[in-house]
Ligand binder design. Structure first.
Ligand SMILES: *[C@@H]1O[C@H](CO)[C@@H](O)[C@H](O)[C@H]1NC(C)=O
Ligand SMILES: *[C@@H]1O[C@H](CO)[C@@H](O)[C@H](O)[C@H]1NC(C)=O
Length: 484
């Protein structure tokens, strides 16, 4: 009996240890800070920038399965237009159409992500699965396709928006690599930042486990390497060393952070020279405000009711989004709501342009507008009084720069952290994705009755004005290429 128990225990420990070594490298005693990949490729594959054109070529590679990454790439592309011949590239994805229609030279690289792989990218990103879509075969093809493009267009630099294989391909071609990130390795793995992302109302905080758990999570995060073995293997084929942790794939020769140091709680003076904060990069669609929105604004003002911005981004979970929207309509039937969630509802087979489908889904209200297309949120949100959003960085930054207080429901740890930073600034309330929708909608009532949060939000809007985002990004590229 005792022996079999022992055996079970040993097996369990072995399993746990197996999982641990799969997810992280437990043997690193002192995980590197911001690191530089030690490039040791032969010069055989080096690409020399094309000097014949009037302007140098700049290649922006973006992960088009993600709306935020496409948005960032297009913002930088527009800002770079006066100084570079801008080329865009992606491995396809739901948002590739925006790249295609952008008017810039656009290259589809291979292999194009399948729907299954896209779902896997999201699952891995949200820590809901550990089956990586970045297999050795996929990476080899991505790299060979990228190298072909590099030699064809001869860029002066590559800018990667979550294109992880660029960490290898750009190094092979010896092209300077700029990487767009939402936060630094240090912020992402800082125990204080992790503790902050856990809400006060959560079980963890109530049991007093916030500090020990955040230290444990930090230890693990600093050593995270569960998707890297395939990258390491491919890098080895090209004699590139230095790629070992997940962070090594997300940092470039120059890492550009789309945030404001004081918002992230970072001392800008203490940053390594390879890291630069440029300020918020959030979508600025060049469209007019639809008349439906202006009508709701007028009615809300005359009826002295709030106008709500309800936006859940591309990572929002459709059932949660639907349930929360329904609850909000039920609890606050007099409020006015602009909810750009058409695409999310379509995933539930609800056609929000169809009145009867909308009624069937419990969304039948003349106070609610669900636009059929994306809205210029930088113009619409400032017209609103309150917001209910997921914690995507772009969404949170749009609220902060619009001066609109919000309730945030994070879909992943990084989003919880974004929301928490706004909570600490006194302009937001944090909800959790496991909270019942009625409770999430209920928090909107608290928000509507807090003049303090409205005041805090308008102060934050002023801080935002000091940063130029995509323009600072392009200026940095120019400086680094000029060797400054
Ligand atoms: C890697 O290095 C080895 C040994 O120096 C060399 O034979 C090989 O050609 C290199 N591979 C590449 C892709 O540069
Ligand atoms: C949704 O409904 C509208 C209005 O009835 C219709 O014009 C549109 O084609 C429908 N869309 C889809 C995808 O079924």
């Amino acid at each position: 009996m005792w022996r079999s128990l022992c055996a079970v225990l040993v097996a369990l420990l072995a399993c746990l240890f197996g999982l641990l070594t799969f997810l992280v490298d437990p043997w690193i005693t002192d995980p590197p800070r911001h690191h530089q990949v030690d490039v040791r490729t032969a010069t055989d594959y080096a690409v020399t920038a094309d000097q014949t054109g009037k302007l140098p070529v700049l290649l922006l590679m973006t992960e088009a399965v993600n709306a935020a990454m496409v948005t960032h790439a297009l913002l930088v592309a527009d800002a770079a237009r006066p100084f570079f011949q801008v080329h865009l590239a992606s491995f396809g994805g739901a948002y590739a159409k925006l790249l295609e229609e952008s008017g810039f030279a656009y290259h589809v690289l291979s292999p194009v992500w399948t729907e299954e792989q896209t779902a896997a990218i999201y699952a891995v990103d949200q820590f809901e699965s550990f089956s990586s879509p970045y297999t050795k075969e996929v990476l080899q093809e991505q790299i060979s396709s990228s190298l072909q493009l590099y030699s064809k267009i001869a860029p002066s630099a590559v800018v990667a928006f979550f294109v992880l294989s660029a960490s290898i391909s750009a190094r092979i071609a010896r092209l300077p690599l700029f990487v767009d990130m939402s936060m630094t390795r240090e912020t992402s793995t800082d125990p204080r930042a992790i503790a902050v992302s856990m809400p006060d109302s959560g079980v963890v905080a109530k049991l007093g486990l916030r500090t020990p758990l955040s230290h444990m999570a930090s230890w693990l995060m600093k050593r995270l390497n569960f998707i890297t073995p395939a990258f390491e293997a491919v890098a080895r084929e090209w004699n590139i060393t230095g790629i070992h942790l997940v962070w090594d794939l997300m940092e470039g020769d120059y890492t550009v952070i789309s945030d404001i140091p004081s918002w992230a709680g970072v001392d800008a003076a203490a940053l390594p020279p390879q890291v630069t904060y440029v300020g918020p990069l959030y979508g600025k669609l060049k469209k007019d405000i639809p008349k439906e929105v202006l009508q709701l604004r007028e009615r809300a003002t005359s009826e002295k009711q709030p106008l709500v911005w309800f936006a859940m981004g591309s990572s929002g979970q459709p059932p949660l989004v639907l349930a929360t929207l329904r609850e909000l309509l039920k609890q606050q039937p007099k409020w006015f709501i602009v909810a750009p969630v058409h695409a999310l509802l379509a995933k539930l087979k609800i056609n929000a342009s169809d009145a009867s489908a909308k009624a069937e889904a419990g969304l039948d209200s003349p106070q609610l507008y669900i636009p059929p297309e994306l809205l210029p949120s930088q113009k619409v949100e400032p017209l609103c009084d309150l917001a209910l959003t997921h914690g995507g960085q772009g969404t949170v930054h749009t609220s902060m720069c619009s001066g609109v207080p919000f309730v945030g429901v994070g879909m992943m740890p990084e989003q919880d952290l974004n929301i928490r930073l706004a909570v600490n600034k006194g302009m937001a309330i944090q909800a959790m994705k496991f909270d019942p929708p009625s409770q999430i909608a209920g928090l909107m009532h608290d928000l509507a009755h807090s003049p303090e949060m409205r005041i805090a939000a308008s102060k934050i809007r002023e801080e935002c004005q000091e940063y130029t985002g995509e323009y600072a990004f392009v200026e940095l590229i120019q400086q680094k290429l000029a060797g400054k």
